[in-house]
Every structure is written in structure tokens, then in C-alpha cells.
Design a protein. Structure first.
Ligand code: HEM
Length: 485
């Protein structure tokens, strides 16, 4: 489906929605026993869903963004470290870190990055007590997600397929953690304190999560059980962890193997990552991130980020049509899709008429918009199978902004892909994840040298199925050297 058609089909005012799909999804994937599909849809798609929009708005963005940035500044120099024990650095434990010498380590690349990113972002939404009480929540979430496609098909956990039972058990643990967390927040909002001290510090839970808990609590009093509420919290945890973490990994994977791109990105980002070295006592070295400037002044890093999204996100948007309506493809898309779509007229050829690019959709139709297909369509992209970190860079004639790129005024064109979806169900974590990926990737690129540990060099580890962005098929060991003394 061409981009202009996708935009029209998913436009906020188009008579389509995914409400039935969400009911089906929650039943199969999150095992909510049909509770969400059965509940009052005006409450679900009214105030409860609307509360999710706050994730893309202030004050949430500044508050959560600050917590995340503080976490990155505190942790990036200890991405791997011989001085920290594994107990408080889960990402090191998962990555099987081996210490080779002062400031030199070996680790499994994907688990290291995936868990590091999880530990940076989760407290900004769910607060520190949640992570303290459930330090293995990301591990469980990933174990569940490994068989996401089987759950989506509606397979019951007892089917003897490899790992399905374990994934279902991990899903149950995630749901039970969310229920415990929900109950703790409800108790705290009533002024009750837990006697065991596990939930004494819920002040740093984000406003959005607290608000959602309150709204669900109101709705739950009308419902026979909490299944829908718990599944909804688990869903938020899932969407937080299945894309950005993986994107950071693939972005680093491609940038580190291209020395000229790596050098150019480091040059571009370094004015906004302030490193204070402490030679002789490296544990006292610090970094601080200039968040607004990282978002405003790093077109090359952002182009590489978008290129990573183009190659690895495989988003599909499913919708049911609620009323008949008509959509039209743009002339540009028609010509790209069918370059010979000209018809003879008066001795010459003119583009096909608007009516030939128009489609009638009927109430009851089901639509799937496969964004990932467009992202790999050679009619839209030169050598779409290759990673080209500069692909989204555009010249910006009228901007005073200069970058370190040799050709002067440049910017990024983020309109060519829609990895966050489109329309009413567009990703509500778009802005937070933009900041998350740029800051984490930028800080790691400046603080660490990374090269493959195995003889196979940078050969691609292949792609495995996952609920969100495609993950690597096999382990990839790396050597890391800290650049900050
Ligand atoms: C690079 C990272 C991310 C990508 C590529 C991504 C992509 C997506 C996509 C494709 C959808 C479905 C859109 C549709 O159905 O049309 C979605 C939904 C959603 N995402 Fe993200 N996402 C990312 C990060 C995040 C993060 C970090 C959060 C949480 C803070 C988040 C929260 C959500 C929510 C709440 C929804 C459901 C929206 C709704 O149903 O209205 N996402 N995301």
C-alpha cells in the first residue's frame, strides 16, 4: 500500500478503528479472558484510552525524560564494569560480561543493550520501587515476547511447542507484577501504607501511570474482575520495551562497523555530551547530556536512527471499516508504483485520472496497512537492503543551523516512513522514544569503543520474530573498551 493511501485510510477522521482487533489481541496475547472486549467500550475508548495521549505531551515528557537522562548519565560509564557487582546491574548479568583487563570487557551485544535500555526507561514510567521489587520484569517480558506470534494465533500454552509453556509462565509473572503494582498505587492513593515497606516510595511513578491506575480503578468497580485492567498495564510495559531497545541495538550495530559514519556522528554529538574525565580514579568520571541540543543539532545521528527504523521495524496497522468511504492515491505514488500508468490523450500521454486511483472501502471491510513493506520497496528506496546512515539527510536551504557535515546546512526528512504508525492509534510513546534512542545511542557511542569478539567480524546475526522490531537470531559477542579514563 503506497504512503498516500496509508495516510488516507488511517487518517484520524477516517471511519475506521481497531477496537475489535484490540479485544482479540488482549484475549489471545494477554489472556484477559475476553474482559476488554466485553467491557463498556465507551469507557475503554473514552477516558481510559485518552489518558494514554498524555505520554506524548507535557508535563509527562519533561518529567519522564529527565528521569531517563539522569539514569543514562549515571549508568553509561558502567555499561560494563569490573567495579560493580551484577546484583544491581541486571544488563551485565544478562550479557555474560567477561573482564579482560582494565577498561576492557567482552559481552553479548544484544542482551547488554536491550536490558540496559530497559533499566534506563522503566523507572521514568513506573518508578524505582517497581524495578526494585521486580528486577526481572524485563527478562520475563522478553521471554513472553519470544513466542508472541504463537499467542497471537490463539495457541494455548499447553501445546508442545518449544518454549511456549515458559513464555506463558513469564506472561503470568508479568501480569501478577502489574496487579501487585496496581494494588500498591491504589492503596497509596487512599493513604494506606504497606507494612512490608516494598512500596514506600511511589512518588516517582509517572503522572500518566498514576492517572491510568485511578481511571481503571473507577472502571473496575463496574467490572466483574480486574483482567482487563491488568492486561492493559501489561500492554503498556510491553510497548515500552519491544521497539526502542531493539532499535538502539541495531543502530549501534551498524554505526560501529562503519568507521567514517562513527567518526562523523561522534563529531556531531560530542558538543552535547559533556565528559569530565578523572584519570586515575575512573569511577569519578562523569558525563552530562544536553538533551534539547541532542534532539535539535544531530541530523546525522537522527538519519541513522531513521534508517535503522526503516530496516528493522515491521509495523502493521489493522483496522475495521465502520462506514463506507473512498480513498485516493496521490499522483506521485501512482507514478512510482506503476511508472507506465499514463493513458493516451490527444496524441500524447497523460497520467491516469483521479478516478483510476480511487478505492471504495465498505463497512465491515478489514484493512491491514503493512508499513514495513513500503520501507523495503525498491521503487521508493535505492538498494533498500543496505544500511545507509545518511539516507534521510536533506539539504536545508533556509536554515541558519550548521552541522559538522561537510556540506553545511542539512536536516533530516522524517516524513518518508511511519514506523510509529499513523492516525488515532499512532504510537503514544513516539516523543519519549525519540529522546530515548538518541540519548542512549549518543552516550554509548561517545563513551565506548566496540568491536566484534568473534572471527566472523561484523557479519549480520540474522533476524528472529518478535512482537515488535525484529531481533537478532543469534548471539553476537563484542569487545568493549571504555574511552573515558
Ligand atoms: C522506537 C520506538 C517505538 C516504535 C517504533 C513504536 C511503534 C509503535 C507502533 C507501530 C504502534 C502501533 C500503531 C498503530 O497501531 O497504528 C505503537 C503503539 C503504541 N506505542 Fe509505541 N513504539 C515505540 C516506542 C514506544 C514507547 C517507548 C512507548 C511508551 C512510552 C510506546 C507506547 C505506545 C503505546 C501506548 C501504543 C498504543 C497506542 C494506541 O493504541 O493508541 N511506544 N508503537
Amino acid at each position: 500500500m503506497s504512503p498516500s493511501l496509508a495516510k488516507e485510510v488511517l487518517a484520524v477522521q477516517a471511519p475506521v478503528n481497531n477496537h475489535d482487533m484490540v479485544g482479540h489481541f488482549m484475549r489471545n496475547v494477554w489472556d484477559d479472558k475476553g474482559a476488554m472486549g466485553d467491557m463498556d467500550q465507551t469507557i475503554l475508548w473514552g477516558k481510559i484510552h485518552r489518558a494514554m495521549y498524555q505520554l506524548n505531551r507535557e508535563p509527562f515528557l519533561s518529567q519522564a525524560g529527565k528521569i531517563m537522562t539522569d539514569n543514562i548519565e549515571r549508568a553509561v560509564l558502567s555499561l560494563v564494569s569490573s567495579r560493580e557487582t551484577g546484583s544491581n546491574l541486571k544488563w551485565q548479568e544478562r550479557a555474560h560480561v567477561v573482564v579482560h583487563g582494565p577498561n576492557e570487557y567482552e559481552a553479548s551485544f544484544f542482551p547488554l543493550i536491550r536490558h540496559f535500555v530497559a533499566d534506563m526507561v522503566l523507572p521514568s514510567l513506573f518508578g524505582t520501587d517497581f524495578i526494585k521489587n521486580y528486577p526481572d520484569i524485563a527478562t520475563d517480558l522478553f521471554a513472553f515476547d519470544a513466542n508472541f506470534h504463537l499467542f497471537l494465533m490463539g495457541l494455548p500454552p499447553w501445546i508442545p511447542l518449544s518454549g511456549l509453556r515458559e513464555s506463558a509462565a513469564a506472561r503470568d509473572r508479568v501480569k501478577s507484577a502489574m496487579e501487585d503494582f496496581h494494588n500498591a498505587l491504589v492503596a497509596a492513593s487512599r493513604g494506606e501504607r504497606t507494612t512490608d515497606g516494598r512500596w514506600d516510595n511511589l512518588d516517582d511513578v509517572s503522572s500518566v501511570v498514576k492517572n491510568r491506575v485511578n481511571l481503571w480503578e473507577e472502571a473496575v468497580s463496574e467490572l466483574s474482575n480486574k483482567e482487563a485492567c491488568i492486561a492493559s498495564h501489561a500492554f503498556l510495559l510491553w510497548v515500552t520495551l519491544i521497539n526502542a531497545n531493539v532499535i538502539v541495538f541495531w543502530l549501534l550495530f551498524h554505526v560501529y562497523q562503519d568507521s567514517s559514519l562513527l567518526a562523523a556522528i561522534r563529531e556531531e554529538v560530542s558538543p552535547f555530551v559533556h565528559i569530565r574525565e578523572s584519570p586515575g580514579s575512573p569511577e569519578r568520571s562523569t558525563i552530562t547530556l544536553d538533551s534539547p541540543e541532542i534532539r535539535a543539532q544531530t541530523p546525522l545521528l537522527q538519519s541513522a536512527f531513521l534508517e535503522t527504523m526503516r530496516l528493522y521495524t515491521q509495523s502493521n496497522s489493522f483496522k475495521n471499516v465502520q462506514a463506507d468511504f473512498v480513498v485516493s492515491e496521490s499522483e506521485i505514488d501512482q507514478n512510482i508504483r506503476e511508472p507506465n500508468s499514463f493513458v493516451p490523450k490527444g496524441g500524447s500521454k497523460v497520467p491516469v485520472s483521479q478516478s483510476q486511483r480511487t478505492y471504495q472501502l465498505q463497512q465491515g471491510d478489514m484493512i491491514c496497512v503493512p508499513f514495513g513493506l513500503h520501507q523495503s520497496d525498491s521503487r521508493y528506496w535505492n538498494h533498500p537492503e543496505n544500511f545507509d546512515g545518511r539516507r534521510f539527510i536533506i539539504q536545508q536551504q533556509d536554515s541558519a543551523r550548521r552541522t559538522s557535515l561537510s556540506n553545511g546546512r542539512v536536516s533530516v526528512d522524517s516524513t518518508r516512513i511511519s514506523p510509529w504508525g499513523s492516525g488515532a492509534s499512532i504510537c503514544k510513546g513516539q516523543k519519549l522514544s525519540y529522546r530515548e534512542v538518541l540519548e542512549i545511542a549518543g552516550a554509548i557511542l561517545l563513551c565506548w569503543d566496540i568491536e566484534p569478539a568473534g572471527a566472523a567480524g561484523w557479519s549480520h546475526p540474522g533476524l528472529a520474530k518478535a512482537g515488535g522490531t525484529a531481533i537478532p537470531k543469534r548471539d553476537f559477542r563484542i569487545r568493549l573498551l571504555r574511552r573515558v579514563p
